[in-house]
Design a protein around this ligand. Structure first.
Ligand code: MLT
Length: 319
């Protein structure tokens, strides 16, 4: 029978819909979550395929002796938890689910933007703290209509955020070194080539880039302190390294920028002494961009389908 003798390792928690597909496929699979690097390295050679989210770190060491491992699927977009040079060197195919979580992540970025502009988390905590100090003035916010949003990374998620921001009557400009066009989205989003000139024009910034060396500290200390408008609201739903987190905490304290809403951190879970935890006008969430019922079902189903197709017929989906 098809799939006989093949084995899949599911190394992170996956929505049940994908696991159902694995069962139906007849390919045997084991779910082993929370393995440390040594444990994952020891398991790897026994499997033809591996499915991960962001928890499992598929390092060079994990793939050092790949045994029969042929393919890894990332149920999600970012493959930064998989050491790609080693995967390539060992002939292991890496797949992702590029589009399955686009809408949810875009909606989360917009939710962060609005929470920040209208101080929703702080106002919520205020009401719940009791009636004695009831204050409206303290929670006066900023209207987004009429403001300029800068979208960094005009891929699927960036464009989805941009279209919704335009519907909210924001002016949207984009920055993306991979886009040659002067504008995108039927001319509605003007592209700016120079990042500092881009910063000089915007009231809100949102990041939708993959992370990695090329995007590290795009918001550096120098830019946070010297190049951003002081009213800037910063949204990061991409990867922690895009913003210098420590400089950001200082820039917020010194009012060099007005606020930040951050979903992603260099180190997750965020350490208890991280300076952003105490920074003023800062909204934090624990990497929730793709954390909806819909997106988690979709990434699980897409990743499992891609693995089944590859193991059964060599068909490549989502490379
Ligand atoms: C992704 O890359 O898909 C997102 O960061 C979400 C996640 O890691 O779960």
């Amino acid at each position: 029978p098809q799939g006989a003798g093949l084995k899949i390792l599911v190394a992170d928690e996956l929505a049940k819909e994908g696991l159902e597909l694995l069962k139906e496929s007849g390919i045997s699979f084991d779910v082993k979550i929370g393995l440390k690097e040594d444990q994952l390295a020891a398991e790897t050679p026994n499997y033809d395929a591996m499915i991960v989210r962001s928890g499992a770190k598929v390092t060079a060491k994990v793939m050092e002796n790949p045994g029969k491992l042929k393919v890894i699927a990332r149920a999600g977009v970012g493959v930064d938890n998989i050491h790609l040079p080693t995967a390539t060197a060992k002939g292991i195919l890496v797949l992702n689910t590029a589009a399955a979580s686009t809408l949810s992540t875009a909606e989360h970025a917009l939710a962060l933007m609005m929470s920040l502009a209208r101080k929703i988390p702080a106002a919520d905590a205020h009401v719940k703290s009791g009636p004695e100090k009831w204050s409206k003035a303290k929670y006066q916010g900023t209207q987004l209509a009429g403001k300029t949003l800068g979208v960094v990374g005009m891929g699927r998620i960036g464009q989805t955020v941009a279209s919704r921001a335009i519907a909210m009557e924001m002016t949207v400009i984009g920055f993306d070194p991979f886009v040659q066009a002067e504008s995108l989205m039927d001319g509605k989003v003007k592209m700016v080539r120079d990042f500092d000139q881009f910063l000089a024009q915007i009231d809100v910034i949102t990041f939708h880039v993959p992370g990695g060396e090329g995007t590290k500290h795009l918001l550096s200390r120098d830019r946070l302190f010297n190049k951003c408008k002081p009213n800037l609201l910063i949204v990061n739903d991409a990867r922690g390294e895009v913003v210098d987190e420590f400089a950001l905490a200082e820039a917020l304290a010194e009012k060099k920028v007005a606020g930040a809403a951050i979903d992603v951190f260099i180190k997750e879970p965020t350490p208890a002494d991280h300076p952003l935890l105490k920074a003023p006008n800062c909204v934090l969430t624990p990497h929730l961009g793709a954390q909806t019922d819909e997106a988690q079902t979709a990434v699980s189903v897409e990743a499992c389908k891609a693995i089944i197709a590859y193991l059964n017929s060599g068909e490549i989906r989502g490379a």
